[in-house]
Design a protein around this ligand. Sequence first.
Ligand code: Z5A
Ligand code: MG
Length: 217
Amino acid sequence: SAERSARRGALIVVEGLDRAGKSSQCEMLQTYLAERGHDVKYIRFPDRTTPIGKLIDAYLRGSADQNDHSIHLLFSANRWELAKSMQRDIAAGISIVVDRYSYSGAVYSAAKANPTLSLDWAWQPEIGLPQPDLCLFLNISTEAAAQRGGFGEERYENEKMQTRVREIFRALFDRQDKVCVIDAGRALDEVAKDVHIAVEKCFVNSSRNEPLGTLGP
Ligand code: Z5A
Ligand code: MG
């Protein structure tokens, strides 16, 4: 109906620890939604293709160093540079599946245990970015993640960092609305089934009757 097509798109974020299967699930979700007639895009953060993204890529690969605070703000700036186009797409009825977002941004930086880089400090630059309608947290044990291949070469891919990231994700999601925790330690299709259920629910009772919100403190 005309009323239906006038609805804005949904902003769906997929978060989680390393190897939880975020990118795999994002791709499957994009296909699932497209097959059901939704206009849908898949984006990922960091977006390593922009000038800021190239700085982030060099940092993650270890070919360039950055001060903890500087790199944190670059990750955030990488989201801000896409915020307008995300808002435009959503208003035009396009749904967006986002692979990592502000939650990873705050958590990985806070996990460095830098005394002047608290979780609260890390969240501040995220305030005002588009607010997801749904955040799916793909939860996986350290052991199950390890079975999907050892640590990679990138900067944060070590046990000490990943353990702290796990704890801080938990602390952050205790104070966020609209978070759906999914057991990602199962087969791809089983995880996907739960992802689809959560997304369908979000599409039905959606905040999409209201304008897209912005992240608060
Ligand atoms: N970071 C940050 O510090 N600040 C920020 O603001 C942002 C990010 C946005 C790079 O992110 C780093 O940036 C990351 C956080 C930090 N640091 N770390 N560590 P990234 O998103 O580019 O990282 P990635 O390497 O693309 O993602 P990932 O977390 O490692 O993987 P994933 O996307 O969750 O999983 P996947 O690629 O879908 O699957 C991993 C493997 O497991 C693959 O071989 C799959 O085939 C397999 N897999 C997936 N699902 C399953 C199931 N269900 N069963 C069996 N096998 C599976
Ligand atoms: Mg990924």
